[in-house]
Design a binder for this molecule. Structure first.
Ligand code: HEC
Ligand code: HEC
Ligand code: HEC
Ligand code: HEC
Ligand code: HEC
Ligand code: HEC
Length: 329
């Protein structure tokens, strides 16, 4: 009972904070603090905190979800279901993001109305190793220095000069993702990253970030785990993909995003890049994997290297829709 009352009080408190906040570069209670800010009280308690780091909820995930969850009230970005919701008129994004727009990072529990088939698991707060972390090969797991994977492994809740508050250092790797979003009138339904967005993954998957020509065929450049698809390379297919996209389950059109695509309309068709997020969603994906996409050539393979019906490797289209979008074999 006491717990219930506390939850209700906390929810009311968060709501008040969000409503009284003015639009800021980082958004909501994140960063841009004044000397008498109220924001700290939205997330921290000085003497009776239920979780470490003096957090005002029983886990970091629960804290973030008080505002960003399915039934959160303090933020419009519902990252649980990957939807932008009009539940608080006074926070960033309301003027330029359509209500019910799909969030471009995906969802942690459902996405586009279906249960996710893979996610960066920030819910269990027990995952401590990542594929291809600095010093290990692609396909090999290495230990993360900052403990278990959480929202704060990627985002700085106190704001950051990077796009979408990405940390400036992750596992000792310096991260710089240029902020090209719209300041206070944010749009969470379309890409506003810049061409360096792949570095957002460097802190945990550095060995996947291969930009050398020939990385898919030339043995001389096949280091750190075999041949790999090159990234951060421009593609002449971009102008076609940006307007047409590929058709998916339920008639939904998937347009694979390209860095800088929406930043300025003066870019030439070739000035579009293949980045990690061209093929992957970051938070979680509900794409379906069947046939060879369920276990690879042996039909029984698992990660790394294979997707399964229970693990879609964060791919943003069903099976290998991402490949056909460009190669159209
Ligand atoms: C949106 C929620 C949120 C707000 C608002 C917030 N914090 Fe935090 N803070 C966190 C979380 C989550 C952590 C733990 C991060 C981790 O474990 O890596 C943390 C960690 C900290 C830490 C310890 C680690 C560090 O970064 O030094 C301090 C000190 C801190 N916060 C102070 C503050 C102060 C002061 C304010 C107000 C200006 C504030 N926080 C506002 C969520 C928040
Ligand atoms: C593996 C790194 C990673 C983790 C873990 C992560 N995020 Fe994100 N998040 C990102 C990136 C990168 C973006 C920008 C995505 C884009 O623009 O395509 C993003 C975007 C967002 C956005 C903006 C809405 C959107 O969909 O673009 C919010 C809000 C957000 N994250 C909150 C959270 C919360 C809350 C958690 C924990 C429950 C979390 N994130 C965990 C990397 C991460
Ligand atoms: C007290 C409410 C509250 C809490 C708690 C909270 N947020 Fe937010 N957050 C907001 C609001 C409001 C915005 C502005 C956008 C919106 O309305 O969703 C925002 C925006 C963001 C963004 C996008 C920033 C940008 O550059 O556009 C990220 C990323 C994010 N939050 C991560 C987190 C993480 C991680 C946690 C948990 C440590 C967390 N938030 C906890 C209210 C909150
Ligand atoms: C803070 C560390 C961190 C960052 C940053 C990060 N990841 Fe991950 N990633 C992980 C961990 C941990 C796993 C889980 C490994 C495992 O399955 O045990 C993972 C798994 C994955 C998987 C496999 C998921 C599955 O279900 O099989 C993909 C794909 C992936 N990450 C892509 C990305 C991309 C793309 C980015 C950049 C936008 C990124 N990651 C940024 C830590 C991170
Ligand atoms: C051309 C599409 C494409 C791009 C671009 C891409 N990936 Fe992947 N990724 C895949 C596919 C498909 C899989 C599923 C396994 C496979 O086929 O090897 C995968 C799997 C993964 C995995 C799971 C472990 C494994 O090896 O199976 C991680 C981690 C990952 N990708 C990270 C990244 C990062 C980081 C980037 C950017 C540097 C990136 N990916 C760019 C298509 C892509
Ligand atoms: C965004 C467009 C795009 C997507 C999506 C994409 N590719 Fe590619 N692919 C390219 C480009 C451009 C190159 C040339 C890269 C270079 O310069 O080495 C390439 C190179 C390749 C090569 C190497 C060809 C060679 O001669 O070395 C193979 C094989 C390949 N892709 C397969 C795939 C598969 C499989 C997928 C899905 C997992 C995929 N591609 C997704 C654009 C794309």
């Amino acid at each position: 009972m006491l717990q219930k009352i506390l939850i209700v009080c906390a929810a009311a408190f968060f709501l008040t904070i969000a409503i009284t906040s003015i639009a800021k570069a980082n958004g909501g209670p994140h960063g841009d603090y004044t000397t008498t800010t109220d924001a700290c009280a939205g997330c921290h308690r000085a003497h009776t905190a239920p979780a470490a780091k003096l957090l005002a909820a029983t886990s970091q995930y629960d804290l973030c979800m008080t505002c960003h969850g399915s039934s959160g009230t303090g933020a419009n970005t519902n990252v649980n279901d990957g939807k932008y919701m009009a539940r608080n008129p006074n926070v960033n994004g309301t003027t330029s993001t359509a209500v019910n727009a799909d969030l471009i990072a995906g969802g942690f529990t459902t996405y586009k109305g279906s249960p996710v088939t893979s996610r960066h698991d920030v819910i269990s707060e027990t995952i401590t190793s990542a594929w291809g972390i600095s010093g290990t090969n692609r396909g090999a797991l290495g230990t993360m220095s900052g403990g278990a994977l959480r929202c704060s492994s990627c985002h700085n809740p106190h704001g950051s000069p990077n796009y979408r508050m990405m940390n400036t250092t992750i596992n000792s790797v310096a991260i710089s993702v240029t902020l090209t979003d719209e300041g206070s009138a944010k749009n969470y339904g379309a890409e506003h990253w810049s061409a360096d967005i792949s570095t957002a993954c460097d802190g945990c998957h550095k060995s996947y970030h291969v930009t050398s020509s020939g990385s898919a065929s030339d043995p001389a450049v096949a280091v750190n785990g075999g041949f790999t698809h090159r990234v951060d390379r421009t593609t002449s297919k971009a102008s076609y993909l940006a307007t047409t996209g590929i058709s998916m389950r339920g008639g939904v059109t998937v347009t694979l995003p390209f860095a800088s695509q929406y930043v300025t309309s003066t870019l030439t068709a070739d000035d579009k890049m293949i980045v990690c997020e061209t093929c992957h969603l970051v938070h979680g994906s509900s794409s379906l994997m069947s046939g060879f996409a369920n276990g690879g050539p042996t039909l029984s393979g698992v990660q790394p290297g294979n997707t399964t019906s229970g693990d879609s490797a964060l791919l943003r289209a069903d099976n290998r829709g991402v490949c056909e979008a460009c190669h159209q074999k």
